[in-house]
Design a protein around this ligand. Structure first.
Ligand code: SF4
Length: 262
């Protein structure tokens, strides 16, 4: 008999989490055999780890946590430079390779592998089945069932799990030093997790020495300079936030102060 394996990779964000809850309700026979996996960089936000623990309790299912072969500091030494949007080795080394290896190990014992992805119907242009083959198939239940952003919020609210706490001050999951963060999010990191901000600042300074030229996590300003201009950037964000058009979505995440996707 053909052996099937089903896997959902959780990011610690709202979409993949909502998908797990959606599958429990709407695809119970698959959910029963579904393995939930989290690629742990060990650099994720404390709120993400708390949220994952909460998900396990709410779903009554364990999350398998997989880790890269080398941790961030080791990889920094190997590459000799810090990751950036131009040299994004972090995702490859700390997420993609780890997940691929995990799947490779599964291929040895499974005939068919279904990978469930939380891409929503309103972002269906991101669907990509080019990696599918005889064994591995990607599935997009939110696209199949026409689930959009507002539905995802409703799913999380209805199940009582809500949003990850970092949504109060940051718009997406990921490493505390993620270079895709907005300036306001860096300043929020300093406020919510001063120790992590300090670590990121130390990395930035090490990055400068190691590279022999200026490295900044943000595109145009170092973290030190950012702190000096904190009031200016906070005010700028406040004005932009007031003008945000995404009011419907804001309402759905009521109680959360950051305007997501603004
Ligand atoms: S969250 Fe940011 S820093 Fe972390 S792996 Fe992804 S792109 Fe790299």
């Amino acid at each position: 008999m053909e052996k099937e394996y089903h896997i959902l990779s959780l990011s610690g964000g709202k979409d993949s989490t909502a998908l797990a809850f959606f599958m429990k309700e709407n695809m119970p026979e698959i959910f029963e055999k579904l393995e939930l996996v989290f690629s742990d960089t060990e650099c994720d936000l404390p709120e993400t780890y708390d949220y994952l623990n909460k998900i396990e309790v709410f779903l009554g299912k364990k999350i398998t946590r997989i880790k890269p072969l080398y941790n961030f500091e080791q990889l920094f030494n190997i590459y000799g430079i810090l990751p950036s949007a131009m040299k994004r080795w972090c995702t490859v080394e700390m997420k993609t390779k780890t997940f691929r290896q995990f799947l490779q190990d599964k291929i040895k014992s499974e005939n068919k592998i279904f990978v469930y992805i939380g891409i929503r119907a309103d972002e269906s242009s991101r669907v990509n089945n080019s990696q599918d083959n005889e064994i591995i198939k990607q599935r997009y239940p939110f696209v199949e069932y026409n689930i959009i952003k507002e539905d995802v919020c409703t799913i999380l609210e209805n199940y009582g799990i809500g949003f990850p706490e970092y949504y109060k001050w940051r718009s997406r999951s990921g490493c505390y030093f993620c270079f895709f963060q907005k300036k306001i999010e860096w300043l929020n990191l300093k406020e919510y997790h001063p120790n992590l901000f300090k670590k990121a600042l130390e990395f930035e300074e090490q990055g400068n020495i190691q590279r022999g030229k200026r490295f900044t996590w943000c595109q145009d300003i170092s973290l030190k300079e950012l702190i000096e201009k904190e009031n200016y950037y906070r005010e700028k964000h406040r004005i932009r936030n007031t003008k945000s058009k995404d009011l419907k979505y804001k309402k759905l995440v009521e109680g959360y102060t950051l305007t997501l996707n603004s």
